[in-house]
Each structure stands twice: as C-alpha cells, then as structure tokens.
Design a protein around this ligand. Structure first.
Ligand code: PEP
Ligand code: MG
Length: 886
C-alpha cells in the first residue's frame, strides 16, 4: 500500500489523499516552480493510525525511503552534526481547517546539529540557537503536551533579565541559556530528556499531526462546518528554508488579485529577515509587496512570473506564501484564495472576459450568501475613520448608536427613539429584549456561533462578536479600547460584515447592488465593475434556473418591490398580517362573538377592508400568481392578555365599578386560553370552528379578482388552506369555497386554484390522499421544522440553540437551513406521493428556507416548481436556483 508520495508524484486533484496543502505543493512542483523538496504522508495512513492506534505496516519503511531521497536531493542528512537537513512537519486536510491542527518546524535540530546549522548559516550562532529553542517549544507543546505558558514564561524571564521587550535583543548566549531552560521544562513535564535522535523527532511529530485530527477544537470545528469526521489529515514533510538568515532573506504572502475588491494588480506583504510565524505574530511591520522590487529585483520578477503562471493554471485568484533564503525564492504554499463577496463577483466577471472560464463556471464561483452581503448598506469610510478594534463579523450590516451595557437600558433608550448598540462581554437569553431594542450588538467574547451571533443573525441585526481588544466593564458602564475609555451614551459604529469597530458615527451608504436591483442603476451605463459583474451573472442564473422564484408579501408595496427584484408571483400572502393594527379589534370581536349577529357584523366590517387589500396586491402582481393563505393566527396574538385583563377586572371590582362587560370578556378569554397556542386553534382549525370566517376571506379574494379582471387586469388568485393534517379538513373548506367562487365569478370568469400548505408532519405522510383535494401544495417549512423536531420556533433560538451549535449537534439552525435528512425527508415523501396521486401537481415552498442558499439547492433536487421568500431574498434565491441547475 502506498502511503507516501513525493511532491513530484501528486497533483492538485488528489486533495482527498494528499490534503489541500500537499496536493497544491505537488501541483506547483510539477509546474516547475521552486518548491522546497518534500513528501506527503496520505490521509489513509492517518486514518489507519487513528483506527488502530499505531502506524500501518510499511509506513516507517516508506518514510525512510522518501527521507533518503530527500537527503540525496538536498545533499544533507537529517540532523547531521556538520551540515544538517532540517524539515517542517505540517498538517493539511482536504478542507482548510485554519489553526485547528499542528505543525512542527526545525525538526532535526539537537545539541550537536545546532552547531552545524550555525556553520551552515555563515557562523550565525544566534539564528541557530533561536531555531533550536523554537523546536523545543513547538515540539514540547504539540507533541508532548507541555503547557505552552511555561515556555512563554521562560522567554519573558530571559527578556526581563536582559531588560528588553523585544525577542531580537536576545543574543546567542541568551538563547543558549533559554534552550537549557526549555529542556528542563520539557524533562519536568514528560519525565524524559528532549529527544536528540532526529528520526525519533520526525516520527513523533508525524504521529502528533495524525492525532491532532481528533483534538477537541478540530472535532468541534468539523461538526460545525459539516466536514466529515473520518477524512483524516495528510502530513507534509518539507525541507526547511529560512527567511531569517539576514537582510537578503525574508518571507511574505502574495495574492494574484486584490482579495478585497477583485482589482488586478500586485497585492501582498513582505517582511525581511523573518520567518512565517513572525508575520502572523505581528512582531514587526510588513512592507507592501511592491517594495520587494527595490530589495531584491531578481526574486521579485521571478515571483511575479510565478503568480501569473499560477493564476493562468488555476484559472482563479491564488494566494501564495513564499520565503527568500539568501536571495533564492522558494514557494511554500498556494491555494485558490479566499476573497470578499464583492471580489468574488468582480473576479468571476474578469475571468470570463479573459476567456479563462465560461459563464457557468462564473456562476458556480459566487453564491447567495455573498450576494446577500452585498445587499446590506455599508459604511462610507474615508481616512477619518480608523477602526479601534476588530472582532468577528457575526451578522452583517452597518450600525451606529449610543453604547449601552444592559438590556434594560437598551430598551429604555430605544423607547426614547435613540439608536443604541448593546455592548456586553457575551450575551445570554436574559439579554433578548435589549438585543431586540438595539440597532447592533457588540461583544468582546465568543465566535460565530456564540449566543449573540446566533440570535442576531436570526433577527437580521448587525452584530460583531469576540472583539477581544475591548475591555468591557459592565458594572462600571464603560469599556476600554486602544487606550480610550468609552462610556455609556458615547457613540460607536460597528460593521457586521468585516467585524470592525469604530468610535463615533460613521456615515452609511446604500448598497449599489440594491440600487441596481431596484432599477435605479443601469448596468450597461455605469462604470461600476461590481454592478456589471452582478448583472451579468444574474442574467445567466435566470437563463439557467428551472425553479421559479416567488415572494412572501402581504402588502402592495412589498409586492411591487419584490417584483422589481425579480419575483415571479406571490407564494405566500399571510392574511393575518392584514388584521393587525386598528383591525385587531374587529378580529377580537369576531373571535369572542357569542351570537350570530355579533359575528356577522364583525365579518361584514372586515370584508371590504380585505377586498381592498387584495385588489392592491393583485394589481401589483398583475399576470402573475398570487397565493393567498387563509387566516392562520395563533389566537393569543389577537386577544387581550389574560393576566392583564384579570388584574384590570379585579382592580375595577375593588373600586366598586360596574364590570359586567369586562367580566364577560375575561370569561371568554379564559375559555379560549391555550397552554400551547402554536399547537392549538389555528389555521384550518379556526376556519372550521368559527362560522363564516374563511367564507368571508374567500369572498374578499374572489371579489377582488373579479374587480381587477373587470378593469382589464389579469389576476391569478390561488387560495391556500393552512395547517391541514387530514384530507377531510381540506375537503370541508374546499366545498364551501367552491360554492362562493362559483357564485362570485358568475359576473366575470376568473380562474381560482385551491390548494394547501404542507406544514404538519401528518399532511406530508398522507400527501397522496391530500393531493386528491388540492390543486397545489406549498411546503410551510417553518411549522414543518417546528413540528418535526418539536422545537418551539418562537423560543428555542434565543434559549438554547447556541449550545446545540457549540456542541456541533447541528452546524446551522434547522429554522435557517433545511434539515435535509429529517424535515427534508418529509418534503420528499410529500412531493413524490402528491405527484403520484395527481400528476403535474404544482409544488412550492414558502417557509423561511425558500430564501436560504443551501435549502434552494435541496428544493431544486426534490423537483419543486418554485421557492417563495421575503422580497430581499428574491435575488439570492434566483442566483442559487441558477447555481443548482448547472
Ligand atoms: C410555515 O410554517 O413555514 C409558513 C410559511 O407559515 P407561517 O410561517 O406563517 O406559520
Ligand atoms: Mg405555518
């Protein structure tokens, strides 16, 4: 079995076997680029090690053989006392898992070869001893689990003795002393001396990289990112090259285009006389890559040539790590580079122009999440504004406001009309009201799945989490950042896309991409590369997609906006939203009516109001289907709160007032009170229990359609019955509706479809029967998720989902992205059985998932006809439906 591949044997398509880093090192080697020689131990060797607890047979011999050929090629032997070969041992899985696994540098150094290394470096003792102490530190920490702080303390101690803050002030003798101190720490914690045998160092380092696949942070990261747990990591053993050998050496990173904007040019950073880790640690300031031209023209020209070749070869933006050792350029890593949302679109468009990729490929390279980001307003940033801290962009958007530190204060100030930013170390469920009241949320701790991040995303509220430069002191109502104190009431601005935090109010500008969708920017005539790229890719997505995209809208204004954004009809008009505000009282009267007269009066008052609503909507969506859902309120939303009412009655009684009417109301509310309103009298159940309610709505819909048709319009109403679980429910409603339709359309013929939501698991499981009575299905995946998981959709996200995400039970809330295996299975069953019973049955989805990129792909796969989502998500759904189809 072949477990080890020389770099010359692999290629970029072997990521499964060689990991991303190994596959790309092999690719560069084969392109003839100067990659330090080395070899890759496969993910299969790792998997074998992890299942059996020992290296698989033959691995040791293969490593030996590859090491020997590496030694031959380099003309040096690993750890040789006179002229040592040193290697780095680097993890590299199929999917990038930044910082999750281990790396050990300078393997091969020991008490004797450190002298040889110094000679190799032209008598540079300081360099040699510094390299040795780095090995003991990294090896001790990652291979032998010696607590890292102990080494840090010893280093601090050495600097204190020298009265300096800077590592570079430690000379060779200081570092030799530090090596002794490190060795003692190593021996104390491991019960053995630091291994002097180079091959033993190598084997232990390889084993440690294998094991780091199962380090706790790696396990959690994989669960969250949905990276399969059984892939294993490859291990790259690479000859060391040194960027810290003097002024003619250095290290840097380069991008073949600007990963921020996508603009063509030379982007990167360079640090002379340094190693890669120094760049990351930010010990000294880097210089722009262009300055390398002055420092070392030969290497610079060579690098530019390689960058052009890599981009041509990968047909994409590449990022590169390189090192220059005494004037010789080495390529240490490349990969298709990460980029901002704007750059993703711009670069895809440019690559099409350059003939490197076609439009299908361009569409493949952008995604709906990026498009959604481009639709948020952004800060207008000029040089005046410098960020004071950078956290994690946890929920996109741009928000400015007065700082508050408690939920209560946020609610208070917001009620006075102030914009506030809630600042906490981290949030918890008690902060919910404050989070709702705030314009944005800023925390100093926690990542993308912290409570603050999850809840803010759920609310669509701007959030920066984990801004750890902030020293937040809630009791003192202040935080300190960059030496400045920010008190309650001071204004800050936070950017939920970049994670940057600014003091003061940064002006906000609208998104050009939204202006384009709104129709106020003409893509052919403006000189904005982003808008042009978006236009081009969206046009292609529309040409390719099979899924139609409708919108969820219940006002004429929303319908009009969604139509401009490309909606092809309304998939869900929630009529209960039309009963809020002043009309709430009419509904209350209807629900609580004790006589036929009372009820009929309430209905008669509602009918014309409803009809006007529908006329407006049909007009905006003329010629396109409009699915109107009959009322589906959880009852409690329309009734006065029971406790409040009880208190009022008691107080009035106390005062001796006449409370007969209030008592009657209280009794009625008590009678209707439900412990679980979401599972109670809602949807079709309400229509079956309250006589005349659905009939009034059907009449309003059909009369509105007839009115529009009489004025020459083309209304396409579809009546949808919510919360059906049994075909009998639907049949009962349908029979009544058909009578009304027949009567109202006698004046003017209008086609009216009658269908149902599939949002109760029983409906999905009996879809064959239900399809007999339904002309269309629309999946209500919000309720379907709620009822399939038994998660209250109004409670769980703020209460405990953060913990589920932290534990990796799911990587994303099932209310946000469809749970394919569970809820998705119900959708699949209902789609198949529904269409078996009624061929051509029209199928759509109108839950929140209709605008979620990943879910759109799923709905495409199961063969739905359309997705329906909020107006702002319509472009995202169009794009993803296109991507799903290619
Ligand atoms: C649903 O349940 O998915 C749905 C669209 O209906 P609502 O969100 O109004 O319950
Ligand atoms: Mg529902």
């Amino acid at each position: 079995h072949k477990y080890v591949y020389d770099f010359a044997e692999g290629n970029k398509d072997l990521k499964d076997l060689l990991g991303g880093k190994g596959a790309n090192l092999a690719e560069m080697t084969n392109l003839g680029l100067p990659v330090p020689p080395g070899f890759t131990i496969t993910t299969e060797a790792c998997k074998a090690y992890l299942t059996t607890g020992r290296e698989p047979d033959g691995l040791a011999a293969q490593i030996e053989a590859h090491l020997e050929s590496l030694e031959r090629e380099m003309g040096r032997k690993l750890g040789d006392p006179q002229d040592p070969l040193l290697v780095s041992v680097r993890s590299g899985a199929k999917f990038s898992m930044p910082g999750m696994m281990e790396t050990v540098l300078n393997v091969g150094l020991n008490d004797r070869s450190v002298v040889g290394l110094s000679a190799q470096a032209g008598g540079n003792d300081r360099f040699a001893w510094d390299s040795y102490r780095r090995l003991i530190q990294m090896f001790g920490k990652t291979v032998c689990e010696v607590p890292g702080e102990e080494f840090e303390h010893a280093l601090d101690e050495a600097k204190r003795a020298k009265r300096t803050q800077n590592d570079l002030d430690l000379d060779a003798d200081d570092l030799r002393g530090l090596v002794d101190a490190y060795k003692k720490i190593f021996a104390k914690h491991t019960g053995r001396e630091f291994p002097q045998e180079p091959r033993e160092q190598l084997d232990l380092a390889i084993r440690a990289v294998f094991e780091s696949w199962n380090a706790e942070r790696a396990v959690v990261y994989r669960r969250q990112e949905r990276i399969p747990a059984d892939l294993g990591t490859a291990v790259n053993v690479v000859a060391m090259v040194f960027g810290n050998l003097g002024a003619d050496s250095g290290t840097g990173v380069a991008f073949t285009r600007d990963p921020g904007s996508g603009a063509q040019g030379i982007y990167g950073d360079y640090l002379a006389n340094a190693q890669g880790e120094d760049v990351v640690a930010g010990i000294r300031n880097t210089v722009p890559l262009q300055e390398l031209e002055q420092l070392d023209k030969k290497s610079y020209d060579e690098l530019l040539d390689y960058m052009a070749r890599l981009e041509e070869h990968y047909k994409d933006l590449c990022d590169i790590e390189f090192t220059i050792e005494r004037g010789k350029l080495w390529m240490l890593q490349t990969r298709v580079g990460k980029r901002t949302a704007a750059a993703a679109f711009v670069i895809a468009g440019q690559l099409v122009d350059e003939g490197l990729i076609d439009l299908d490929e361009a569409l493949h390279r952008v995604n709906g999440a990026q498009l959604a980001q481009l639709m948020f307003p952004r800060f207008r940033l000029d040089h005046e504004f410098q960020p004071v801290a950078k956290g994690i962009g946890a929920s996109p958007g741009a928000a400015s406001g007065k700082v508050v530190f408690t939920s209560a204060r946020a609610v208070e100030l917001a009620a006075e009309g102030e914009s506030v930013i809630l600042v906490r170390r981290e949030t918890n469920p008690d902060d919910l009201n404050g989070m709702i009241a705030a314009k944005g949320i800023l925390t100093s701790r926690g990542g993308k799945t912290s409570h603050a991040a999850v809840v803010a995303r759920g609310m669509g509220k701007t959030c920066v989490s984990g801004a750890d430069e902030l020293d937040v002191n809630v009791p003192a109502k202040k935080f300190i950042v960059a030496g400045q104190t920010v008190n309650e009431g001071d204004v800050v601005s936070i950017d939920g896309t970049t994670g940057k935090v600014y003091l003061g109010e940064v002006p906000v500008m609208p998104s050009e991409v939204v202006q384009y969708f709104e129709g106020s920017l003409d893509p052919e005539h403006i000189d904005n590369p982003l808008v042009r790229a978006v236009h081009r890719i969206m046009t292609h997505a529309d040409a390719k997609r099979r899924l139609l995209v409708r919108t969820n809208a219940d006002t004429g204004a929303d319908a009009a906006r969604a139509r401009r954004f490309g909606a092809e009809g309304i998939g869900l008009c929630r009529t209960e939203h039309m009963f809020l505000g002043d009309r709430r009282e009419l509904v209350e009267r209807l629900i609580l009516a004790s006589t036929d007269e009372e009820r009929e009066a309430a209905l008669a008052a509602l009918l014309p109001l409803q009809r006007e609503d529908f006329i407006e909507i049909f007009r905006e969506m003329d010629g396109l289907p409009v699915t109107v859902r009959l009322i589906d309120p959880p009852l409690h939303e329309f009734l006065p709160p029971l406790e409040q009412l009880a208190v009022n009655v008691a107080v009035a009684q106390e005062r001796g007032e006449d409370v007969a009417k209030e008592e009657a109301l209280l009794a009625a509310v008590r009678r209707m009170h439900e412990e679980n309103p979401m599972l109670g009298l809602r949807g079709v159940r309400l229509g079956l229990v309250i006589p005349g309610l659905f009939a009034m709505q059907v009449r309003a819909i059909v009369e509105a359609a007839v009115a529009c048709a009489q004025r020459g319009g083309d209304p396409r109403p579809e009546i949808m019955v919510p919360l059906v679980g049994a075909v009998q429910e639907l049949e009962t409603v349908r029979a009544e509706a058909e009578k009304i339709i027949a009567e109202v359309t006698r004046e003017k013929a209008v086609d009216v479809l009658i269908g149902t939501m599939i949002e109760v698991p029983r409906a999905a499981l009996t879809a064959g029967q239900i399809a007999e009575a339904a002309q269309f299905f629309s999946f209500g995946t919000n309720d379907l998720t709620q009822m399939a998981w038994g998660f209250s959709r109004d409670d769980v996200e703020g209460a405990f989902f953060w913990r589920y995400l932290e534990l990796g039970i799911f990587g994303i809330s099932p209310f946000e992205s469809i749970d394919r295996e569970g809820v998705g299975r119900l959708v699949r069953i209902a789609a198949e059985e529904g269409r078996a019973a009624r061929p051509g049955l029209k199928l759509g989805v109108c839950g929140e998932h209709g605008g979620d990129p990943d879910s759109v792909h799923f709905f495409h796969e199961v063969g739905l006809d359309y997705v329906s989502c909020s107006p702002f998500r319509v472009p995202v759904a169009r794009l993803e439906a296109g991507r799903a189809a290619i």
